[in-house]
Ligand binder design. Structure first.
Ligand SMILES: Cc1cc2nc3c(=O)[nH]c(=O)nc-3n(C[C@H](O)[C@H](O)[C@H](O)COP(=O)(O)O)c2cc1C
Length: 246
């Protein structure tokens, strides 16, 4: 039985959760990290004896559109799957239901599913430092105790799903602190950063904040343009929410 993780995770919270689940299940797994554009070039195929933990962050109550489109090309071939979404403590809305339905439609047998909380991409002050030790222990034990039997799960969410929110053409500013080290270029999942001047193309940017959170000089920021949203999120994300397991 081969275990795999497939995940998109620009600021690595989803990655931490799915890795904790995988470690609970097995000592050896293969990570297919589709945050990298190169890993999204070819559709993925699995076999009946494979076990695949499939992760995604929640973007505007749904899966990121291109992640959903990539996952729709899976060939599940009866492999066992564990869909997992990670949200920034506002709400997960229809994201897990969307992922669950895609995996069933592409030929996976679902053995469990999870909704976890991760620090919000937009700010270090929203769901700060999540997943924390408690979240990761829950994820690990979930993996450890999972039984490899197909289940029909009652996943929360509505159909039709929440309408897709068109992303505003906003990219991060780059301050004079930038030393052109190239970290932002390497972590950008959308190839939105120029590899000479390291400025962002706002038409390609998805506001995932990978560049903002990984810049060693704190030279990338969305500044005032996302401040109204951050302020609103402070109220909506105030109470600590806990993981939900299925
Ligand atoms: C464009 C965008 C939209 C988001 N929408 C939501 C949302 O609807 N609900 C929520 O709770 N968090 C939302 N978040 C926060 C992420 O789901 C959360 O921070 C997640 O942990 C990020 O995963 P990652 O670290 O794997 O990139 C959004 C983040 C981004 C970048």
């Amino acid at each position: 039985m081969n275990h795999y993780i497939v995940t998109f995770s620009p600021t690595k919270t989803t990655l931490k959760v799915v890795e904790a689940i995988a470690k609970g299940m097995t000592e050896q797994y293969k990570l297919i990290n589709i945050t990298s554009l190169d890993q999204r070039k070819e559709p993925l195929k699995f076999e009946k004896n494979d076990v695949v933990i499939i992760g995604a962050p929640v973007y505007a109550g749904r899966l990121p559109v291109f992640v959903a489109d990539f996952y729709k090309q899976f060939e599940g071939n009866g492999a066992l799957a564990v869909p997992v979404v990670v949200y920034g403590n506002r709400h997960y809305d229809d994201a897990l239901l969307e992922l669950y339905n895609i995996l069933k439609d592409t030929g996976f047998s679902i053995i469990g599913a999870g909704i976890f909380v991760g620090e919000h991409s937009y700010s270090k002050d929203l769901a700060s430092m999540r997943p924390d030790a408690s979240d990761l222990a829950i994820a690990y034990n979930f993996g450890k105790n999972i039984s490899y039997i197909e289940k029909s799960l009652d996943i929360p969410g509505d159909q039709p799903y929440r309408a897709i929110v068109e992303s505003l053409p906003i990219g991060p500013d780059t301050s004079d602190a930038c030393v052109k080290c190239g970290v932002c270029y390497n972590v950008c999942p959308m190839d939105a950063i120029n590899n000479e001047n390291f400025l962002a193309d706002e038409n390609k940017c998805i506001k995932c904040h990978a560049c903002v959170k990984s810049c060693p000089m704190e030279a990338k920021a969305f500044d005032h343009r996302l401040d109204p949203i951050r302020e609103r999120l402070k109220t909506l994300c105030a109470d600590r929410k806990e993981p939900i397991l299925f």
